[in-house]
Design a protein. Structure first.
Length: 339
């Protein structure tokens, strides 16, 4: 973490500590607004709780029309952008995000970037006691509304989930990589852990053309951040391959399952919907036979979705699905292990 701070601070003179407290930054700027203006922005950008409120909902609270709420929102944002020392307030966030984008190949999926910034902020400031999701909303407000002249939020893309990039940064080369990657994954027809996926990416024909852009400079040591529970894979692997990991986070239609194995998001091994597919993932990850009650318990612990599974339901699926075999009293294994 010390190396990271040194890198982020390298271009900032007369600052002993980078200031990434997004709540403090926004609250300070909001001091320039009237109470109603603060309340409307807070509700519109989910700074009070996790859910953004609609113009109509806010209008009812303030006895205003939807259009009037919209006008106040726009006027309030303009007022903030005219604050004389606005740059001083947001400079630390701009520097941090610019360096993170540079280190990650030019683009970062929205939640991936916000997660890194949030974890970084909490590691640096032990006094932060805000809900992390709300804290991320504060960060997104700064990026999308106050730094939008330097950092662009792209939410309409055929190939990528919502992502941030430096303004005017060309990303055509990433689109070429994505097209070839999806063809390769469709050919492989199996999930891959990130370390395996790195080898697939490096073997793509288009990768050699963009090798310099896609290999990490490793100027930022983010290993401590990637050790956080929100990142499902090995921290050192992610840290060594930041641009490739960032690309995979952004690619639309491809994602990692709960055990860090990547594939098409419509594959049962990536997004299991049936109980039988959840059983398969549990056994494959454990790599050992399990009693049907333990399988049910692990499915509920992993939380593939909000549905709770009973041991009886699991037992029924194990009996009916020929992917599973009984090896002892109530204990089942994957049939493929016999091969």
């Amino acid at each position: 973490m010390e190396n990271l701070l040194k890198t982020l601070l390298r271009e900032q003179k007369n600052k002993e500590l980078i200031r990434l407290n997004a709540v403090e930054i926004v609250d300070s700027l909001f001091n320039e607004l009237q109470d109603r203006e603060r309340d409307i922005l807070s509700r519109r950008f989910a700074l009070k709780d996790e859910g953004r409120q609609t113009l109509e909902e806010i209008g009812k609270l303030h006895n205003l029309t939807r259009e009037r709420v919209r006008q106040i929102e726009r006027a309030s944002l303009k007022k903030i952008k005219k604050i004389d020392d606005l740059n001083n307030h947001v400079e630390s966030v701009k520097v941090a995000v610019s360096k993170l984008l540079e280190e990650h190949g030019g683009i970062m999926e929205k939640e991936f970037l916000l997660d890194i910034l949030a974890v970084l902020s909490y590691k640096m400031d032990k006094n932060l006691n805000y809900d992390k999701n709300i804290y991320k909303n504060y960060l997104e407000f700064i990026l999308s509304e106050l730094l939008n002249e330097e950092i662009e939020k792209v939410d309409k893309s055929d190939k990528f989930n919502t992502f941030f990039k430096l303004k005017d940064e060309a990303i055509d080369y990433l689109e070429n990589l994505v097209e070839e990657l999806k063809e390769r994954l469709d050919g492989v027809k199996k999930t891959l852990h990130f370390e395996e996926l790195v080898e697939v990416l490096k073997g793509l024909g288009s990768f050699s053309s963009y090798k310099e852009k896609m290999l990490s400079k490793n100027e930022l040591n983010l290993k401590d951040i990637f050790k956080d529970e929100i990142f499902p894979e090995w921290a050192d692997i992610i840290n060594r391959n930041k641009p490739l990991y960032s690309l995979m986070q952004a690619v639309k239609g491809v994602k990692a399952n709960r055990f860090g194995a990547w594939g098409s998001e419509d594959w049962p091994e990536v997004k299991p919907k049936r109980i039988a597919d959840k059983i398969y993932l549990i056994l494959k990850n454990e790599n050992n036979p399990l009693h049907f009650s333990d399988i049910a318990k692990k499915i509920n612990e992993v939380g593939f979705d909000h549905k709770k599974i009973s041991s009886g339901s699991v037992h029924n699926e194990l009996i009916l699905d020929d992917r599973y075999i009984l090896v002892d009293r109530g204990i089942y294994a994957l049939k493929e292990w016999q091969k």
